[in-house]
Design a protein around this ligand. Structure first.
Ligand code: GGG
Length: 347
């Protein structure tokens, strides 16, 4: 099975290296890895954040393991050349529309959560984020108003087919868990959200066994901190999901802990930590590789049919934490490689 390894920028290569060590340990020689350039690293090497060779590799691969993109050296570039365009381009080109972001608190990390321990203990949810539409892909630009003011715009749009297919992923995910789906929108203000709500209700007729409720995104942000235990699965749009999942990560201890899978209709997947490239700590061995290691476990489960191996990795992460392994984001001092060692030792 071919895995496209796209380490990217900043801490991306460091965390990917640890995930590959863990994958090698649990799968033997069942996986072959081919590396590709992506993000700022690709721009600097060949002048584009998503070179055709990388796109070709991603298309050929059974799954993609992605690090992170983002590089302050590229801040002044035109938007289409910025590192972040690589992840947006991969999602669009491969039709990767369903981003699953599980957030749960490993019991050993209760002290690392931003919440009171008794509240944090209840967090165990999945955010299903749509990743092919919304303001990320609508028409955008810069213009000058009649008064001579610069004006930026990003059009937010969703059509009913896009909403229906992500809603189905939300319902299916909820059906396989505790049977509760919360659809998050801003239907009191946005036309896209009104359509979103209408379509989610239409799709819900096929899922009578799933309990559906709706929540405005501002309320959802507040409720995530007040009582995250009320959520099972949240389905929402691209922008709201991006923001809410970063918030959920701090409830679960650290943004360094949250993995993700982004799937297309062929179940091909891109797997990545939800965190970005963290240029401020790049190259210092301070990054927590667990979100990437847990993303590798999701890859084994969702795209490669290796659920037992995925279980082993997740159990080893829990055991490493139970044995006291803590990177700086979790209040400890061990390095990126030492965290990888701790997971390997626990396997
Ligand atoms: N590994 C996640 C990552 O690299 N994030 C950087 C980023 O800009 N992401 C945009 C997005 O997730 O929509």
């Amino acid at each position: 099975m071919l895995i496209a390894l796209l380490p990217g920028d900043g801490i991306g290569p460091e965390v990917i290296e640890q995930a590959v060590r863990v994958l090698d340990a649990v799968t033997g020689d069942a996986l072959s890895f081919e590396r590709g350039l992506v993000g700022g690293a690709a721009y600097k090497a060949v002048g584009h954040p998503l070179p055709p060779e990388t796109l070709d590799l991603a298309r050929r691969a059974d799954a993609i393991l992605f690090g992170a993109v983002g590089d302050p050296d590229c801040d002044a570039l035109e938007r289409h050349l910025r590192p972040e365009q690589a992840i947006l381009g991969l999602r669009k080109e491969l039709g990767l529309f369903a981003n699953l972001r599980p957030a749960r608190l490993f019991p050993e990390l209760a002290d690392a959560s931003a919440l009171r321990p008794e509240v944090a203990a209840r967090i165990d949810l999945v955010i299903v984020r749509e990743t092919n539409g919304d303001v990320y892909f609508g028409e955008k630009g810069m213009r000058t108003t009649a008064d001579g003011l610069r004006e930026g715009y990003d059009i937010m749009s969703y059509n009913e087919a896009e909403v229906a297919r992500i809603a189905r992923v939300g319902f299916e995910t909820a059906r396989a868990r505790r049977g509760r789906l919360c659809s998050v929108d801003k239907a009191n203000v946005l036309e896209t959200s009104q359509l979103w709500r209408d379509v989610v209700i239409e799709v819900s007729r096929d899922y009578p066994d799933v309990t559906l409720n709706h929540m405005y995104v501002d309320n959802a942000a507040m409720q995530l901190v007040r009582d995250p235990g009320q959520f099972d699965v949240i389905v929402t749009g691209n922008l709201f999901g991006d923001i809410l999942s970063d918030q959920a990560s701090m409830c679960a201890g650290s943004i360094g802990m949250l993995p993700s899978a982004t799937l297309n209709s062929r179940n091909q997947g891109l797997y990545e930590p939800i965190h970005g490239s963290a240029p401020d700590i790049a190259g210092q061995g301070k990054a927590n590789p667990l979100a990437t290691i847990l993303s590798a476990a999701m890859m084994l489960r969702y795209s490669l049919g290796k659920a037992a191996e995925a279980d082993r990795i997740e159990a080893a992460v829990a055991a490493a934490l139970a044995a006291g392994a803590r990177s700086p984001d979790l209040g400890g001092r061990i390095s990126t490689a030492e965290m990888g060692d701790a997971v390997l030792a626990a396997l």
